[in-house]
Design a protein around this ligand. Structure first.
Ligand code: GDP
Ligand code: MG
Length: 162
Protein backbone atom coordinates (compact mmCIF):
# COMPACT_ATOMS: atom_id res chain seq x y z
CA UNK A 1 0.00 0.00 0.00
CA UNK A 2 1.17 3.53 -0.70
CA UNK A 3 1.83 5.97 2.13
CA UNK A 4 -0.64 8.65 3.11
CA UNK A 5 0.48 12.26 3.57
CA UNK A 6 -2.03 14.61 5.22
CA UNK A 7 -1.85 18.39 4.79
CA UNK A 8 -3.11 20.20 7.87
CA UNK A 9 -3.10 23.72 9.29
CA UNK A 10 -5.34 26.67 10.01
CA UNK A 11 -7.89 27.74 7.40
CA UNK A 12 -6.49 30.02 4.68
CA UNK A 13 -2.79 29.21 5.11
CA UNK A 14 -2.70 27.74 1.58
CA UNK A 15 -3.19 23.99 2.10
CA UNK A 16 -5.31 23.52 -1.01
CA UNK A 17 -2.96 25.66 -3.08
CA UNK A 18 -0.09 23.43 -1.96
CA UNK A 19 -2.07 20.30 -2.84
CA UNK A 20 -2.71 21.67 -6.34
CA UNK A 21 0.96 22.54 -6.72
CA UNK A 22 1.98 19.00 -5.76
CA UNK A 23 -0.62 17.45 -8.07
CA UNK A 24 0.31 19.79 -10.90
CA UNK A 25 -3.33 20.58 -11.57
CA UNK A 26 -6.30 22.39 -10.06
CA UNK A 27 -8.05 19.66 -8.16
CA UNK A 28 -8.39 21.12 -4.68
CA UNK A 29 -10.63 24.14 -4.25
CA UNK A 30 -8.78 27.33 -3.37
CA UNK A 31 -10.76 30.18 -1.86
CA UNK A 32 -10.05 33.48 -0.19
CA UNK A 33 -12.79 32.60 2.28
CA UNK A 34 -11.55 30.38 5.14
CA UNK A 35 -13.23 27.04 5.65
CA UNK A 36 -14.20 26.23 2.08
CA UNK A 37 -12.68 22.74 2.09
CA UNK A 38 -14.99 21.10 4.59
CA UNK A 39 -14.05 17.47 4.22
CA UNK A 40 -11.03 15.31 3.83
CA UNK A 41 -10.25 14.94 0.14
CA UNK A 42 -7.75 12.32 -0.98
CA UNK A 43 -5.74 12.40 -4.21
CA UNK A 44 -3.33 9.99 -5.88
CA UNK A 45 -0.01 11.77 -6.17
CA UNK A 46 3.52 11.07 -7.33
CA UNK A 47 6.79 12.82 -6.59
CA UNK A 48 10.28 11.85 -7.71
CA UNK A 49 9.19 8.27 -8.37
CA UNK A 50 7.24 7.84 -5.12
CA UNK A 51 3.49 7.16 -5.32
CA UNK A 52 1.51 8.36 -2.32
CA UNK A 53 -1.93 9.51 -1.25
CA UNK A 54 -2.25 13.22 -0.58
CA UNK A 55 -5.04 14.31 1.77
CA UNK A 56 -6.29 17.90 1.80
CA UNK A 57 -8.17 18.95 4.92
CA UNK A 58 -10.52 21.80 5.71
CA UNK A 59 -8.33 23.40 8.29
CA UNK A 60 -7.90 22.94 11.95
CA UNK A 61 -9.12 25.66 14.20
CA UNK A 62 -10.52 24.30 17.42
CA UNK A 63 -12.59 26.27 19.90
CA UNK A 64 -12.74 29.26 17.64
CA UNK A 65 -16.06 30.88 16.98
CA UNK A 66 -17.31 30.69 13.43
CA UNK A 67 -15.37 27.58 12.49
CA UNK A 68 -17.45 24.43 12.35
CA UNK A 69 -15.87 21.93 14.73
CA UNK A 70 -16.83 19.21 12.23
CA UNK A 71 -14.06 20.57 10.01
CA UNK A 72 -11.55 20.14 12.81
CA UNK A 73 -12.89 16.62 13.40
CA UNK A 74 -12.12 15.79 9.76
CA UNK A 75 -8.57 17.10 10.17
CA UNK A 76 -8.17 14.97 13.30
CA UNK A 77 -9.35 11.88 11.39
CA UNK A 78 -7.00 12.70 8.50
CA UNK A 79 -4.05 12.76 10.90
CA UNK A 80 -5.08 9.47 12.48
CA UNK A 81 -5.24 7.81 9.06
CA UNK A 82 -2.01 9.37 7.78
CA UNK A 83 1.50 7.95 7.84
CA UNK A 84 3.02 11.43 7.90
CA UNK A 85 1.79 15.00 8.13
CA UNK A 86 2.73 18.37 6.65
CA UNK A 87 1.73 21.22 8.95
CA UNK A 88 1.25 24.39 6.90
CA UNK A 89 1.59 27.78 8.59
CA UNK A 90 1.38 31.29 7.11
CA UNK A 91 4.70 33.09 7.03
CA UNK A 92 3.05 36.42 6.25
CA UNK A 93 0.76 36.20 9.28
CA UNK A 94 3.41 34.69 11.56
CA UNK A 95 3.03 32.26 14.44
CA UNK A 96 -0.44 32.14 16.01
CA UNK A 97 -1.91 30.57 19.15
CA UNK A 98 -3.92 28.26 16.92
CA UNK A 99 -0.72 26.99 15.26
CA UNK A 100 0.55 26.15 18.74
CA UNK A 101 -2.66 24.31 19.63
CA UNK A 102 -2.44 22.29 16.42
CA UNK A 103 1.16 21.35 17.22
CA UNK A 104 0.06 20.00 20.61
CA UNK A 105 -2.55 17.80 18.92
CA UNK A 106 -0.06 16.62 16.31
CA UNK A 107 2.44 15.75 19.01
CA UNK A 108 -0.23 13.68 20.77
CA UNK A 109 -0.86 11.80 17.51
CA UNK A 110 2.75 10.62 17.37
CA UNK A 111 2.82 11.07 13.57
CA UNK A 112 5.97 12.44 11.93
CA UNK A 113 5.46 16.10 11.01
CA UNK A 114 7.19 18.32 8.46
CA UNK A 115 6.68 22.06 8.90
CA UNK A 116 5.93 24.17 5.80
CA UNK A 117 5.99 27.97 6.13
CA UNK A 118 3.85 29.06 3.20
CA UNK A 119 3.50 32.42 1.41
CA UNK A 120 7.27 32.94 1.40
CA UNK A 121 7.04 34.19 -2.16
CA UNK A 122 10.60 35.41 -2.67
CA UNK A 123 14.11 35.01 -1.32
CA UNK A 124 13.87 38.30 0.60
CA UNK A 125 11.00 36.84 2.64
CA UNK A 126 12.82 33.71 3.75
CA UNK A 127 13.62 35.23 7.16
CA UNK A 128 9.89 34.84 7.95
CA UNK A 129 10.38 31.10 8.42
CA UNK A 130 12.81 31.50 11.33
CA UNK A 131 10.29 32.29 14.08
CA UNK A 132 8.62 28.90 13.50
CA UNK A 133 11.62 27.08 14.97
CA UNK A 134 9.78 27.91 18.23
CA UNK A 135 7.17 25.27 17.45
CA UNK A 136 9.74 22.56 18.22
CA UNK A 137 9.07 20.63 15.01
CA UNK A 138 12.60 21.02 13.68
CA UNK A 139 13.49 22.93 10.54
CA UNK A 140 10.73 25.13 9.11
CA UNK A 141 10.72 24.83 5.30
CA UNK A 142 9.86 28.09 3.53
CA UNK A 143 7.60 27.51 0.52
CA UNK A 144 5.41 29.42 -1.87
CA UNK A 145 2.56 27.12 -2.85
CA UNK A 146 1.45 29.81 -5.25
CA UNK A 147 4.75 30.06 -7.14
CA UNK A 148 6.20 26.62 -6.40
CA UNK A 149 9.26 27.84 -4.52
CA UNK A 150 10.67 25.33 -2.04
CA UNK A 151 7.93 22.74 -2.63
CA UNK A 152 10.36 20.13 -4.02
CA UNK A 153 12.65 20.40 -1.01
CA UNK A 154 9.66 20.14 1.32
CA UNK A 155 8.39 16.99 -0.41
CA UNK A 156 11.81 15.34 -0.36
CA UNK A 157 11.80 15.67 3.44
CA UNK A 158 8.10 14.91 4.03
CA UNK A 159 7.98 11.80 1.82
CA UNK A 160 11.08 10.43 3.50
CA UNK A 161 8.93 10.07 6.65
CA UNK A 162 6.25 7.93 4.99
P1 GDP B 1 -6.52 26.70 2.69
O1 GDP B 1 -7.76 27.25 3.35
O2 GDP B 1 -5.44 26.47 3.70
O3 GDP B 1 -6.76 25.52 1.82
O4 GDP B 1 -5.94 27.89 1.76
P2 GDP B 1 -6.13 28.12 0.18
O5 GDP B 1 -5.23 27.20 -0.58
O6 GDP B 1 -7.59 28.08 -0.15
O7 GDP B 1 -5.52 29.59 0.03
C1 GDP B 1 -6.01 30.67 0.81
C2 GDP B 1 -5.53 31.97 0.20
O8 GDP B 1 -4.10 32.08 0.30
C3 GDP B 1 -5.87 32.10 -1.29
O9 GDP B 1 -6.22 33.45 -1.55
C4 GDP B 1 -4.55 31.73 -1.96
O10 GDP B 1 -4.42 32.30 -3.23
C5 GDP B 1 -3.54 32.32 -0.98
N1 GDP B 1 -2.21 31.63 -1.06
C6 GDP B 1 -1.98 30.30 -1.06
N2 GDP B 1 -0.68 30.03 -1.20
C7 GDP B 1 -0.03 31.22 -1.30
C8 GDP B 1 1.35 31.60 -1.48
O11 GDP B 1 2.27 30.79 -1.59
N3 GDP B 1 1.61 32.92 -1.50
C9 GDP B 1 0.62 33.87 -1.41
N4 GDP B 1 1.00 35.15 -1.46
N5 GDP B 1 -0.68 33.55 -1.26
C10 GDP B 1 -1.01 32.24 -1.20
MG1 MG C 1 -8.52 24.39 1.47
Amino acid sequence: AVGVLAIVGRPNVGKSTLVNRILGRRAAVVEDTPGVTRDRVSYDAEWAGTDFKLVDTGGWETDVEGIDSAIADQAQIAVQLADAVVLVVDGQVGLTATDERIVRMLRASGKPVTLAVNKVDDRESEYMAAEFWKLGLGEPYPVSAMHGRGVGDLLDVALDKL
